[in-house]
Write a protein that binds this ligand. Structure first.
Ligand code: NCD
Ligand code: ZN
Length: 472
């Protein structure tokens, strides 16, 4: 037998172990992990001496706008950016036009994205209350990764595009759902055993406070935080937790931004409830103090909060309250981001810079490389029911591998990003620790920063439908 690929002499890392080994790959799967040199030849060899060999990194939260406002981003661009940044699997958010709201649109989206994908992908389904409660079951059967609810957002009646800066009375919008609607959605999703994942910000509170600040003529970042305070997040998180306890649904808080929410979730986890939470690099590495230098590009919902929140989030990472880190890659064009803080849309690119920022944090001593593997690969794979097919370097699992050079330094530059939009809060950030190879099911997609894989290589990843969230 001839191996397809050999990764020689690297340090293989999992969430709990680190050891020197050669990794042999055949037909897209891992065939052997050994500190010996096998007799059979390999068609291709990567010398990973001095490098770390990680299970392929997973970004569970990206918005590629495809189909829909593809002038901002599309799936070919976002998955090239993912590959460039060492990500082997992405989970695509469902706020597309059409959204992934029923089985037919799931099939259309699978077909659409399969033609463009440079890396593997899972599909989130959207929850739009009475408009698709009847479709939750069929979406689950299709293998969606989880169910996303944009709590507090109004959506456009026809396109389902999010209204970033909703005001009551706007035409052609479905206003934010009420608590009864939310509870009903939870009941439906509970039957699937999959995650009910929410963007947690209280629209009632935000409307009131934003209105007040706007009338006072406020337009600074501090004013934005006053209109969209920490309370908006923790209020919705606390309410969601109680509703989740009652409905039994697996409740997941997306992109947490406050210490208060992390502390609340820690407490409820201690009581044994299956409540989980993720965060993103912008909440880990930025605070309101950075706004002056970065400017409106930094506007994201929930907004980046205060230094004490950054500290609280790191505490949540350290003690395991926070399950994983994802990018919330949410591109808008430079022009769209170039207005006043109130009216511009929220969101920025992130899929390409996430791994490097995290590797840099390892070099800074903020976490270990095993922690990084846990946060960017193992835990997401487990949480979403695709482990150990993804998230592990183990014989017979998918040969998804990210090789990283912990000594390599790089400056994150907007013009080097592979996404359509170059909007990032991290332009000019110096990092030490860079992915050098992105390998998806044995195929090298990125090598030394260059994309050498092909469009359409990525395949849909299916999440199992049994209650334990394990692949069936
Ligand atoms: C996201 C987007 O633009 O799709 N924006 C954001 O600020 N995070 C929506 C979202 O995740 O809330
Ligand atoms: Zn969100």
């Amino acid at each position: 037998m001839v191996w397809d690929l050999k990764i020689s002499n690297g340090t293989v890392v999992s969430g709990s172990e680190m050891f020197q080994a050669n990794v042999y790959i055949k037909d897209g799967a891992i065939g052997a992990i050994t500190n010996e040199t096998l007799e059979e030849e390999a068609s291709e060899t990567i010398d990973a001496t001095g490098k770390h060999v990680l299970p392929g990194l997973i970004d569970t939260h990206i918005h590629s706008r495809d189909p829909g406002p593809t002038y901002k981003e599309d799936f070919a661009h976002s998955t090239r950016a993912a590959a460039a940044g060492g990500i082997t699997t992405v989970f695509e958010m469902p706020n597309t036009t059409p959204p992934v709201n029923n089985a037919a649109n799931f099939d259309l989206q699978k077909e659409n994205l399969s033609q463009k994908a440079y890396v593997d992908f899972g599909l989130w389904a959207i929850c739009i209350g009475p408009l698709n409660n009847a479709n939750i079951k069929e979406l689950n059967a299709k293998g969606v990764i989880g169910f996303k609810f944009f709590w507090g957002y109004a959506v456009h009646k026809e396109t389902y595009q999010l209204m970033y800066n909703y005001k009551p009375g706007m035409e052609n919008v479905i206003p934010p759902f009420d608590d009864g609607d939310v509870y009903e959605m939870m009941e439906e999703v509970e039957k699937t055993g999959k995650l009910f994942a929410v963007h947690a910000e209280s629209s009632e509170l935000i409307q009131k406070l934003t209105d007040r600040v706007e009338k006072q003529g406020g337009s600074s970042y501090e004013d934005l935080l006053e209109g969209r305070p920490n309370l908006a997040e923790v209020l919705t998180v606390a309410k969601g937790i109680e509703m989740a306890k009652a409905s039994g649904v697996r409740f997941h808080v997306l992109h947490v931004s406050t210490k208060e929410a992390v502390d609340t979730i820690r407490d409820v986890q201690k009581q044994g409830y299956p409540i989980t939470v993720e965060t993103c690099p912008h909440y880990m590495f930025l605070s309101n103090e950075d706004y002056e230098q970065i400017g409106p590009q930094m506007k994201v919902y929930p907004p980046v909060k205060y230094k004490k929140d950054q500290v609280g989030i790191w505490e949540g990472i350290a003690d395991g309250t926070i399950s994983h880190v994802c990018s919330d890659h949410a591109p808008h064009t430079e022009e769209e981001k170039d207005g006043d803080l109130w009216s511009i849309p929220a969101g920025m690119c992130g899929v390409e810079s996430m791994a490097s920022l995290m590797l840099n944090a390892v070099n800074d001593g903020k976490l270990s490389i095993k922690d990084l593997v846990r946060l960017l690969s193992e835990e997401p794979a487990k949480l979403f029911g695709i482990y150990p097919k993804k998230g592990a370097i183990r014989v017979s699992t998918d040969a998804d591998i990210t090789i990283v050079d912990m000594e390599k330094e790089m400056v994150i530059k907007r013009e080097n990003l592979h996404s359509k939009s170059k909007v990032t809060a991290f332009d000019g950030f110096k990092v030490k620790g860079v992915p050098t190879h992105t390998i998806v099911r044995g195929k090298i997609i990125m090598k030394d920063g260059n994309i050498i894989g092909e469009k359409g290589t990525g395949e849909l990843v299916i999440s199992g439908s049994n209650k334990a969230g394990v692949v069936s």
